[in-house]
Design a protein around this ligand. Structure first.
Ligand code: AMP
Length: 332
């Protein structure tokens, strides 16, 4: 089975955009690939952060992922596999300073900070793409599911792997390839011009584990027409509701409403009703699963420590070989 590596930063919530845009894809990939899914807490340290929140968010995200259908044996916590950081150090010495300085995300994050009076920029923010390279290469992953915005980072990973291979005179690392899977981009229901995201504020995201009344209220108040004249094309708000129905797997509802739309007979109240029903159909079982997992957190924590330790064996093997190849000594 080909291997896939994908990582997610530990923010403690999951909204419908995260679920339909990323996590649902993970759940599907598990059927086809040997998957390594990392909750990357080391990456959450590059910008100022709250220590207790990091810890809580890591466990909260793990519960959310498991409730969403990610299998525990595929899931690990990055800092429980110290080989990530160890390989990152080695790869730091095979990465080009100039190339890292040209990473657009570094340029964006180091210039667009909330508190512009604070001119502290961590070295971690500069070098985290090398840690990403280590995340992938430590499992010798073949595929990485990415979006267009991550292409530059994957290119860097390939450059580092190639440089490493050239210097050790052996094709040790497989050059990881992008796995482009179609995932929907979910918009904010309150402002369909922007994507659904938590950072934009409370009304701009719908919590995957929201209760039914909150979900229905948010969908009921979804913006459908923005008022400006358009050329008869579907408005972004309406398109977004259709997208949510489709992403929820309600193809019959989607087709019927689309027929009505094309005939010019669609009532937005019906569209909203079906959107909320379709979403709730998906959300209720996940919510029940989450409650079940939360009832026995201790077991979940033990299981994730165990799966991280199991996954670590693969990472450890790579590290042993890499150390040999670059002239470092192995203890055993
Ligand atoms: P973030 O926490 O924003 O880094 O997002 C985690 C994952 O969810 C990434 O793979 C994003 O591409 C995906 N994601 C976030 N927001 C959306 C959205 N509104 N629509 C689709 N995917 C999203």
């Amino acid at each position: 089975m080909d291997t896939v590596l994908s990582c997610i930063q530990p923010t403690g919530y999951m909204h419908l955009g995260n679920y339909f845009g990323a996590v649902q894809n993970w759940v599907r990939l598990q059927e086809q690939y040997r998957c390594f899914f990392g909750v990357v807490d080391y990456h959450a340290m590059t910008m100022p952060y709250d220590v207790q929140k990091l810890r809580n968010n890591t466990w909260e995200l793990i519960i959310n992922l498991l409730a969403s259908g990610v299998r525990k044996e595929n899931l690990f916590v990055q800092s429980m596999v110290p080989e990530h950081a160890e390989l990152a150090w080695i790869l730091n010495c095979y990465a080009s300073y100039g190339q890292l300085g040209r990473m657009t995300q570094f340029k964006d994050k180091s210039t667009n900070r909330d508190n512009s009076n604070d001119d502290f920029i961590s070295v971690g923010l500069f070098t985290y793409p090398v840690l990403q390279a280590a995340d992938i290469l430590v499992y010798r992953a073949k595929y990485v599911p990415i979006g267009k915005d991550q292409e530059q980072h994957l290119e860097l990973v390939r450059d580092i792997a190639l440089r490493f291979n050239n210097l050790v005179g052996k094709e040790y690392f497989h050059l990881p390839e992008a796995l482009y899977t179609e995932t929907p981009k979910i918009r904010s229901t309150a402002d369909p011009a922007r994507k659904m995201s938590k950072s934009a504020g409370e009304k701009h995201y719908i919590d995957l584990f929201a209760d039914e009344s909150t979900l229905r209220r948010q969908i009921k108040s979804a913006v459908t027409d923005t008022g400006e004249k358009n050329d008869g094309a579907m408005s972004e708000g309406v398109e977004n509701l259709f997208l949510l129905i489709k992403a929820s797997g309600n193809n019959v509802g989607y087709d019927e409403l689309m027929k009505e739309y094309i005939a010019g007979q669609l009532k937005y109240s019906d569209l909203k009703q079906i959107t909320a029903d379709s979403l709730w159909n998906i959300m209720l079982p996940l919510k029940d699963k989450k409650a079940e997992l939360n009832a026995d957190k201790k077991t979940i924590k033990d299981e994730i420590k165990h799966s991280s330790a199991e996954i670590r064996k693969t990472a450890h093997e790579t590290l042993r070989e890499v150390k040999d190849l670059v002239g470092l000594l192995n203890a055993r």
